[in-house]
Design a protein around this ligand. Structure first.
Ligand SMILES: Cc1cc2nc3c(=O)[nH]c(=O)nc-3n(C[C@H](O)[C@H](O)[C@H](O)COP(=O)(O)O)c2cc1C
Length: 328
């Protein structure tokens, strides 16, 4: 019977291919990123919005936080007000859903402070007034819901998918490890290239460790440290060969989505958390969790049962046409 060859000569040739193609393929992504990455915000409406959304999202997120502090995110509101004015000056579409959402976030921020009798400083007040003066939009607050309304049972997939939102308000209720293992088991149904199954999830339940990871991550400030579980998604790089240098992230991304749905199905609130690749942070996380050098850290997910009543962020989506192109 013919065996797979793995003698020294063939190994060395494969190593050279891995070195060469790994570099060439990464280089192609790098060049595309340098050419197209978002550094000139004013070049187009799309580029402006990409920056704009991430700024106003901080405000809407803050408004839905369990312990929203009056006066908090002041600098971000100021920044977004400037962005709103600039957006109009550049002549971009003022009917755009993201522009409208930014107006709603700033307006909601002002209303919440007014209702609480909190005096915003003059600079901020003037900036808000200027941003919202004479513009047309529907006032909107971040939705408040109940567990039974949010986690509906026996619904079709479309309703299920539309009912999932990132949850950032966690109760102290313990998530049994069996439930998390069940979700990880369901997430294993994720398709993977040639069924090589590189995905893995580290389930962290230790509260001190959760806090440490949340502090390191940063983007979950104000809520991730209160999660009942922190899930760290990795992919094993060793299943990929020389033409597949970016596959780890695609594979882990798909797994993460499946895991988010599995958590939602078990009525566990969850929020994906970006894992930035700063070397010192990556090293610490790897040490704390025993993540091997053979694994790529893709994404974190904070999880917890919400309180009976809680708020979430609407996070409006762009129009369908912006994410679809039907090719005849
Ligand atoms: C890769 C990725 C990284 C994210 N990182 C963070 C984060 O660091 N902090 C946070 O609060 N939300 C984070 N989110 C959640 C997004 O803000 C959220 O998914 C988006 O606004 C859409 O809202 P939805 O999940 O409620 O549909 C992240 C989401 C993804 C997919």
């Amino acid at each position: 019977m013919k065996q797979t060859k793995n003698d020294r000569g063939i190994q060395i040739r494969r190593k050279i291919k891995t070195l060469f193609y790994g570099f060439v393929n990464m280089w192609r992504h790098y060049v595309r990123f340098v050419r197209n990455g978002n550094y000139d915000y004013y070049a187009s409406q799309e580029r402006f919005l990409a920056m704009f959304i991430s700024n106003y999202h901080v405000i809407e997120k803050g408004l839905a936080m369990p312990n929203f502090e009056l006066g908090h995110t002041r600098d971000r509101v100021l920044l977004v007000c400037g962005d709103i004015v600039k957006y109009r000056e550049l002549g971009f579409d003022t009917k755009n859903v993201q522009y409208q959402s930014a107006l709603q976030a700033v307006d909601s921020y002002r209303r919440i402070h007014d209702e609480a009798g909190y005096k915003l400083d003059t600079e901020l007040r003037e900036a808000i007034d200027k941003a919202l003066a004479g513009v047309d939009f529907e006032p909107h607050n971040q939705p408040e819901t109940t567990c039974s309304e949010f986690f509906q049972r026996d619904i079709d997939f479309e309703k299920f998918a539309r009912s999932r939102h990132s949850v950032r308000d966690y109760s102290e209720r313990e998530i049994p490890i069996e439930e998390l293992l069940h979700c990880a088991d369901v997430a294993r149904t994720t398709p993977t290239g040639c069924n090589r199954q590189p995905n893995k999830v580290y389930i962290v339940k230790n509260k001190d460790l959760i806090r440490k990871i949340a502090n390191l991550q940063g983007g979950g400030r104000g809520f991730a440290d209160r999660a009942n579980a922190m899930l760290v998604i990795t992919t094993r790089v060793e299943v990929f060969s020389y033409q597949e240098i970016c596959e780890s992230f695609k594979s882990g991304g798909m797994y993460a989505m499946n895991l988010l749905y599995a958590l939602h199905d078990r009525q566990i609130g969850a929020c994906p958390l970006v894992w930035n690749e700063r070397k010192e942070n990556d090293k610490k996380l790897r040490q704390w969790l025993g993540i091997g050098d053979n694994e790529e850290v893709v994404l974190l997910i904070s999880a917890g049962y919400p309180n009976e009543r809680f708020k979430y962020v609407q996070s409006n989506r762009n129009a369908l046409e912006e994410s679809v192109k039907v090719v005849e």
